[in-house]
Design a protein around this ligand. Structure first.
Ligand SMILES: [Cu+2]
Length: 166
């Protein structure tokens, strides 16, 4: 009895988080993080929110995922990197709104296209102005019924409502 309730709550929380909170984007899709791709084309039409993740897949040590400033992005310079990884599988959580910049720090690769700028919307409550994308409010509208359904289901089965909410 108790264990099935816990399992139900866990399922509800997991489905809730999966539907509402975070999306995962594989950079470059099947092609991954390599030279010769126009990553501005890849980001086109996509909407990124706080909490979403970027997954960079590439050959270990052959490329890097180096987070840089806007000027570092423009100059293809990793000299003032904000973060760096060359493990071959790099997952970056977009934890703050604004534009985030990533380059490959292997000489010549950034100039060959390995540069990515991701514009992250506010997410959650008030979609912050700036980028002017209307999509975040649509995402918020989807989120509300999903949460309500979780609460109703939890209440109906008499399990811990607070656990489902937090
Ligand atoms: Cu590279």
């Amino acid at each position: 009895m108790a264990s099935s309730s816990v399992a139900l709550v866990a399922l509800l929380v997991a489905s809730c988080a999966g539907m509402a909170a975070a999306a995962s984007f594989t950079v470059g899709d099947a092609q991954g993080w390599v030279a010769g791709i126009d990553y501005s084309g890849w980001t086109s039409g996509k909407s990124f929110a706080v909490g979403d993740t970027l997954v960079f897949t590439y050959a270990s040590k052959v490329h890097t995922v180096t987070e840089v400033s806007k000027s570092g992005y423009a100059a293809c310079s990793g000299s003032s990197a904000l973060g760096n990884d060359d493990s071959g599988s790099t997952t970056v959580t977009l934890s703050t709104p604004g534009t985030h910049y990533y380059i490959c720090n292997i000489p010549g690769h950034c100039a060959s296209g390995m540069k990515l700028a991701v514009n992250v919307g506010g997410g959650g409550g008030g979609s912050s102005s700036g980028s002017g994308a209307g999509i975040p409010s649509g995402a918020a509208a989807v989120r509300v019924p999903a949460m309500s359904a979780a609460i109703v289901l939890a209440a109906a089965s008499g399990v811990l409502i607070k656990a489902a909410l937090f």
